[in-house]
Design a protein around this ligand. Structure first.
Ligand SMILES: Cc1cc2nc3c(=O)[nH]c(=O)nc-3n(C[C@H](O)[C@H](O)[C@H](O)COP(=O)(O)OP(=O)(O)OC[C@H]3O[C@@H](n4cnc5c(N)ncnc54)[C@H](O)[C@@H]3O)c2cc1C
Length: 376
C-alpha cells in the first residue's frame, strides 16, 4: 500500500479506534500500530469497568459520548460476532444532599435525560439500602464487551491494510526539520510521515523526551469484584451514586464495585494496587449494600485514567511539531467515547482540520497557550 506513513503508538482503545477510522477514510495511506506488549489492550483498556455511560457533566464530552452510543447499539456489519453492548440500563442516583448538583447537569435539554422515581431503582435492585432520593435512568445503556470492541477495531483496520506490530516499544521520537521523521524501536528505526501518540498513561513520555511536554497525568483507580453472590441478579442495572462516588454492577455472578479513587501516579506504578483501597470499597459497600457486607473479593486491581488539566480529551495535531498527533487523555470515558474519539483523531490526521464542535476544545493547542507576562 502506498501513501503517507502513519505510525500509531499504542494498541489500547485510543490507538485501535484511530487505526480503524484511518483505514476506513478515503485515500491511500500506510497505517502501522506499534504496541510494546505481547497483546493489545493490556492496560487501561483491559482494566476498566466497561460501563457505557453517556451522561457527563461536561457537555462536549457528553456530545462525544452521545455520538458514540449508536455505534455500540448498531455496529457496522461484520464489526463483531457478538453484541458490543448489554443494555442492562444505567441509573445515576443521589442522596438528598447531592440531588441538586446531579439534577443540574444531568437533567437538561442537551442530555434528554429525565428524572425517574427512586422506587423504580429500588424495584430493580431490592438489596440497595435506603437513602437514594433522586434518580436518572438511561435504560439503553449498560455494559460494553470491551474485548469485542477493541478487536473489532483492530480486525477492521488490519482487513483494510493496517499492520499491528506487537512486542515493539517505540523508544524515541525522531524529529527532523521541525517534523516527525520516525520512531526508534529495538528493531531499528520505523520511518513515519505522521505519528499518533496513543500510549494511555505513558502517552506524554515520548513527546516530552523529544522536547514537547504535555501536561497529561495518569490517576490510579481501583476495582473490586466480589465472589459470586446468590442474591445478585445478573440483570441488575449499573448504579452510580453521586456524592458518595461509588458505583457497582453485576459481574461474573458477583458485583463489580469502585469507590472512585483518583490518585496521581507515575505510569510505571499506576497499576500497583493499594490494599487500603479495598477497605474504602468495603465501607461504601456496607453503607449501600449491607446484605453483602463481608463478601469476599474474587478480584481486585488498579488501572490508570489519564487526564489533561481541564479533563478534556487530547485529540489532534501538536502545533509544535509537523506530523505529530495525539489521541490520549481519554480519562474515565475512553470506552464510551472510543468511536467518536477515533473518528475525531482520524479527521485531523487525514484532512488537517476538523469541523467537529468539540475539535478546538480537545485540540492540543489549547494546553500550549503561553502564560501572560507578569504585570500584563
Ligand atoms: C479502573 C478504571 C475504570 C474505568 N471505567 C471506565 C468505564 O466504565 N467506561 C469508560 O468509558 N471508560 C472507563 N475507563 C477509562 C478507559 O479505560 C480509558 O479511558 C481507556 O481505556 C484509555 O485507552 P488508551 O488506549 O488511551 O490507553 P491504554 O488502554 O492504556 O492503551 C495504551 C497502550 O499504549 C501502549 N504503549 C504505551 N507506550 C508505548 C510505547 N512507547 N510503545 C508502544 N506501545 C506503547 C501500552 O502498552 C498500551 O497498550 C476506566 C479506566 C479505569 C482505569
Amino acid at each position: 500500500m502506498s501513501g503517507e506513513r502513519i505510525v500509531i503508538v499504542g494498541a489500547g482503545i485510543a490507538g485501535a479506534a484511530t487505526a480503524w477510522h484511518l483505514a476506513a477514510a478515503p485515500g491511500s495511506r500506510q497505517v502501522l500500530v506499534l504496541e510494546r506488549e505481547p497483546d493489545p489492550g493490556r492496560h487501561a483498556t483491559g482494566r476498566n469497568a466497561a460501563i457505557l455511560r453517556s451522561l457527563m457533566p461536561d457537555p462536549l464530552l457528553g456530545a462525544l459520548a452521545a455520538e458514540s452510543v449508536p455505534f455500540f447499539r448498531d455496529p457496522p456489519a461484520g464489526f463483531a460476532e457478538q453484541p458490543l453492548l448489554d443494555p442492562v440500563g444505567l441509573f445515576l442516583g443521589a442522596p438528598a444532599e447531592h440531588a441538586g448538583a446531579l439534577r443540574s447537569w444531568a437533567v437538561q435539554p442537551r442530555t434528554g435525560a429525565v428524572e425517574v422515581s427512586p422506587a423504580e431503582l429500588y424495584r430493580r435492585i431490592p438489596a440497595l439500602a435506603p437513602g437514594i432520593e433522586f434518580t436518572v435512568h438511561q435504560p439503553d445503556e449498560g455494559v460494553v464487551d470491551v474485548h469485542a470492541l477493541l478487536h473489532g477495531f483492530l480486525r477492521g483496520a488490519r482487513a483494510a491494510g493496517a499492520e499491528l506490530r506487537l512486542v515493539t516499544p517505540a523508544l524515541r521520537l525522531h524529529v527532523q526539520g521541525g517534523r516527525v521523521a520516525g520512531l526508534d524501536t529495538p528493531a531499528g528505526r520505523v520511518p513515519a510521515d505522521k505519528v499518533v501518540l496513543a500510549g494511555g498513561g505513558w502517552a506524554a513520555r515520548l513527546a516530552a523526551a523529544a522536547g514537547f511536554p504535555m501536561p497529561l497525568v495518569p490517576y490510579r483507580r481501583h476495582i473490586l469484584v466480589t465472589q459470586p453472590l446468590r442474591q445478585v441478579d445478573p440483570r441488575w442495572p449499573v448504579l452510580w451514586i453521586a456524592g458518595d462516588e461509588f458505583y457497582f454492577r453485576p459481574e461474573s455472578g458477583g458485583l463489580m464495585m469502585s469507590a472512585c479513587d483518583k490518585t496521581p501516579v507515575d505510569p510505571d506504578e499506576g497499576e500497583v494496587p493499594d490494599p487500603s483501597e479495598k477497605e474504602r470499597i468495603a465501607a461504601l459497600a456496607a453503607r449501600w449494600l449491607p446484605a453483602f457486607a463481608g463478601a469476599g473479593a474474587a478480584h481486585f486491581w488498579a488501572g490508570m485514567r489519564t487526564y489533561a488539566p481541564d479533563e478534556r480529551f487530547l485529540i489532534g495535531p501538536d502545533p509544535r511539531c509537523g506530523g505529530l498527533y495525539w489521541c490520549a487523555g481519554l480519562a474515565g470515558h475512553g470506552i464510551t467515547c472510543a468511536p467518536a474519539a477515533g473518528a475525531l483523531a482520524a479527521a485531523w490526521i487525514v484532512t488537517g482540520a476538523s469541523r467537529h464542535p468539540a475539535a478546538q476544545a480537545m485540540a492540543p493547542s489549547r494546553l500550549l497557550v503561553a502564560p501572560a507576562p507578569v504585570g500584563s
